[in-house]
Design a protein around this ligand. Structure first.
Ligand SMILES: [Zn+2]
Length: 327
């Protein structure tokens, strides 16, 4: 019989055949970056679960160190700091003994093999919660913000950070950071730039976790409009031209088309950031028994690799590594 249809099932008959023809490799432990919230607190054993992100904690540096030592095959972390105090110059962001700087020193002293990436932004340290310096009329001052961002990146490098990841979305910040790092002798510190970061509702739980919600207005004057795709390519190319070594697309799942487009447009390593709201949805449905949570996590991350991500920042990292679901 000469059939007129495609027999796609031929190659799906056995696990061996499926393995042989699979296009995207299963998730690897070294693909994953675990985000962590480190808190400046008088109590050295501080550990507090974030209500909207079950399984994620605000941790003191001592507790953070304990965490990274217990997660098997953990290759990389991304640190966010929650300072004891805030001001209108975000001075905690670039303080020599700021919370991220303390945490980096501690982790690198105990685990030199762990790749420690730091988020570089001002919002957690600003009294008003915006990512840049605010003028009296309530506008974010782009160029006045750049030296503070650059100073923050340098202070992280001085503490021993392996890579800095600016997330503020000010124009020109990658060039400012590259210049400042080079001037201080950190020519080998790579910049993982949040090049393509949308003004997203999926960041909600993070703002509770990092105490970084803006007290007035929103971030739409610096983060990207979710309707824009071509603009993502402009942002990606601009950051590479300024000296970014690798780029982040954020959020991840709802923007997999953007990841795919950026992948086709540039050749540097690409990172997808599966954000707090994406994690919260997976966990909420999992906790209710509505989905097979671990399988859904793996599938969501495989989708990001298929779209072109070389690495993924995800709050699912700890659970997947503990259960040996990433190879
Ligand atoms: Zn910020």
């Amino acid at each position: 019989m000469n059939t007129l249809f495609h027999r796609g099932r031929r190659l799906r008959q056995s696990p061996q055949l499926r393995d042989l023809v699979r296009e995207t490799a299963p998730l690897l432990a070294e693909d994953l970056v675990m985000p962590c919230f480190v808190v400046e607190t008088a109590t050295s054993r501080f550990r507090k679960e974030i209500p909207s992100m079950p399984g994620q904690f605000q941790l003191s540096p001592v507790e953070l160190e304990k965490l990274v030592e217990t997660v098997p095959r953990l290759a990389a972390v991304l640190l966010f700091g929650i300072p004891a105090g805030k001001d209108d110059r975000a001075s905690g962001a670039y303080a020599e003994n700021g919370i991220v700087q303390q945490a980096v020193r501690r982790l690198k002293a105990r685990r030199p093999d762990l790749l420690v990436i730091t988020d570089v932004c001002l919002c957690e340290y600003m009294s008003h919660g915006h990512c840049g310096v605010l003028s009296p009329d309530g506008r974010i001052q782009n160029d006045a913000t750049l030296p503070l961002i650059a100073q923050t990146a340098v202070s992280h490098a001085q503490a021993g950070a392996d890579m800095v990841a600016p997330s503020d979305m000010m124009d020109g910040r990658v060039a400012a950071i590259r210049g400042a790092l080079d001037a201080e002798g950190f020519t080998q510190t790579p910049i993982l730039s949040y090049a393509v970061k949308y003004a997203s509702a999926f960041y909600g739980p993070f703002r509770e976790a990092a105490h970084s919600a803006p007290s007035c207005g929103d971030r739409k004057s610096y983060q990207m409009d979710p309707g824009n795709a071509r603009e993502a390519l402009i942002e990606a190319r601009a950051d590479i031209a300024e000296g970014a070594d690798a780029l982040i697309v954020k959020p991840a799942g709802p923007y997999a088309d953007i990841l795919y487009r950026v992948r086709r447009a540039v050749d540097v390593p690409l990172c997808a950031y599966q954000v707090s709201g994406e994690y919260a949805m997976l966990r909420a449905a999992g906790l209710k028994g509505w989905i097979d949570e671990k399988s859904a996590m793996l599938e969501s991350l495989l989708g990001l690799k298929r779209a072109g991500a070389d690495m993924i920042i995800t709050y699912c990292a700890e659970a997947l590594l503990r259960q040996k679901l990433a190879r």
